[in-house]
Design a protein around this ligand. Structure first.
Ligand code: DC
Length: 254
């Protein structure tokens, strides 16, 4: 199993992948609030361009699940960061798309549940927690050099020198509707109004934190998705990524 882990001594163990530092290196970042379709877009772009997908939200969700399991106060960033150092949060790249593992096990849908959802923004706001997970994300990029990574801070903080950086947006009403449909498709009972309120509350916390806030990275390409289909969004990204890669291969890129 190829995994990246956060270890207790602050170092990052890399179980290795052979495509290290090659000339085909291509880092694509996709940031934006919940419900803009980042995960689906990232997966489809990855398939069409030949990239590995990194879902950084899953890593923060695993940190939130760990917080719940250990009954740590979600406001205690130092204790959560210490726990992350002891209990490994890793990415398993043996499956496509890569799964997050907590202490070697796939937590499955537990990281998408309402308990995790209710604290994940608070957990993700701690600089100590972010520092640990950002280190793992950067290490992953050294061993998976063709990567599309999605989250909130990928183009602004983690990979400001990425080859292509995107910021997806959509109105909160449209994002809430998409989330309601997603939850109903999973067979869950949902109250649309509380979904909207939850999305807006998370946005406020994600955008308002001091460390790695949800912002449009300077120079990133913004795509407003309200009136676009998923396929249209993917087409736009793929077109731009291919232009960037071609320009670089012909010596015209930066
Ligand atoms: O994308 P998502 O809904 O799975 O993200 C879960 C939470 O993690 C959300 O509150 C934002 C936070 N997050 C973050 O702070 N930084 C990232 N790079 C990715 C997610």
């Amino acid at each position: 199993m190829k995994v990246m882990s956060v270890s207790s001594d602050d170092s990052v163990r890399d179980a290795g992948d052979p495509d290290r530092a090659d000339s085909s290196r291509l880092i694509v970042t996709i940031d934006g609030p919940a419900g803009t379709g980042k995960s689906s877009v990232a997966r489809m772009v990855a398939t069409r361009v030949g990239l590995t997908v990194l879902d950084t939200g899953a890593m923060y969700r695993a940190a939130a699940l760990l917080t719940l399991r250990l009954k740590i106060d979600p406001k205690d960033g130092v204790q959560i960061a210490e726990a992350i150092g002891v209990h490994r949060i890793e990415m398993d790249f043996d499956v496509e798309p890569a799964n997050v593992l907590l202490d070697g096990d796939d937590p499955g849908d537990e990281i998408r549940g309402s308990e995790v959802e209710s604290i994940v923004s608070v957990v993700a706001a701690h600089p100590e927690v972010r520092q640990r997970l950002v280190a793992v994300q950067r290490a992953i990029a050294t061993s998976h050099s063709r990567l599309v990574t999605e989250g909130r801070d990928q183009g602004s903080v983690v990979f400001p020198d990425a080859d292509a950086r995107f910021f997806l947006t959509a109105s909160s009403g449209v994002r809430a509707k998409r989330r309601v449909n997603q939850l109903r498709a999973m067979g869950r009972e949902v109250d649309p109004e509380s979904v909207l309120q939850g999305i807006e509350a998370r946005d406020r916390i994600d955008a308002g934190r001091a460390d790695g806030p949800l912002i449009r990275p300077q120079g990133a390409i913004e795509i407003e998705t309200d009136s676009l289909t998923l396929a249209e969004v993917v087409d736009r990204l793929v077109e731009i990524v291919k232009i960037v890669e071609a320009a670089r291969d012909s010596g015209g890129g930066s």
